[in-house]
Design a binder for this molecule. Structure first.
Ligand SMILES: [Ca+2]
Ligand SMILES: [Ca+2]
Ligand SMILES: [Ca+2]
Ligand SMILES: [Ca+2]
Length: 193
């Protein structure tokens, strides 16, 4: 089936549905748009979503990955449009795309499995598996005093933009002291399973 046919079939049938869930969300890692949870966002995800929406195919392992436009409605025409634009035109999808990460938007839904393996915790610059003032001090020393770089660097890249700088410090301070958002995995911290 061609993408255009998928598009119009979805247009007719895919009005989108909010899913009901009472279970508390447990963070799992995924790439937005990786509907079939294989670590890539490509045409196989288009066919997986089309199979689900129009042919009774299986549910995705990670619902958040299938909420391609991150609006809290699942299996909608908008999700298919976003996915097609990303696969065909290379347009970016909402975070954590293109990285593995958690859903920055609270919607009450979650993934039953993680589509990525996270080896290192972003923000844990001193590698003690906790996020605390000690990690902030390590990052201050690196950014302002030429101290040792967190290893791997993604441990210090709290905002997930691929660089280590003041914005990571602000992000980490906000998380540790002000209940700010979780540090964002980047680089080798989390990779597709
Ligand atoms: Ca995929
Ligand atoms: Ca959606
Ligand atoms: Ca730590
Ligand atoms: Ca950064």
């Amino acid at each position: 089936m061609s993408f255009s046919k998928i598009f119009f079939t979805s247009l007719i049938l895919g009005i989108g549905m909010p899913l009901l869930s009472n279970s508390p969300a447990q963070a799992q890692y995924f790439i937005r748009g990786d509907v079939n949870c294989d670590g890539l966002v490509d045409s196989s995800d288009v066919f997986f979503l089309d199979s689900l929406m129009n042919h009774g195919g299986p549910l995705p392992a990670c619902l958040d990955a299938a909420d391609v436009n991150d609006d809290g409605l699942f299996f909608s025409i908008a999700d298919m449009v976003y996915l097609l634009r990303s696969v065909d035109l290379g347009l970016a999808l909402p975070p954590p795309f293109p990285n593995c990460g958690t859903d920055p938007t609270f919607d009450g839904y979650t993934c039953s499995v993680s589509c990525c393996t996270c080896t290192f915790k972003p923000g844990d610059t001193n590698a003690d598996d906790k996020l605390s003032l000690s990690d902030i001090i390590v990052l201050v020393n690196h950014v302002f005093k030429g101290g040792a770089k967190p290893d791997p660097a993604c441990r210090g890249d709290a905002d997930g933009d691929g660089m280590l700088d003041l914005t990571d410090l602000v992000y980490l301070v906000n998380f540790v002291f002000r209940a700010g958002p979780d540090p964002i995995p980047s680089g080798v911290c989390c990779q597709p399973t």
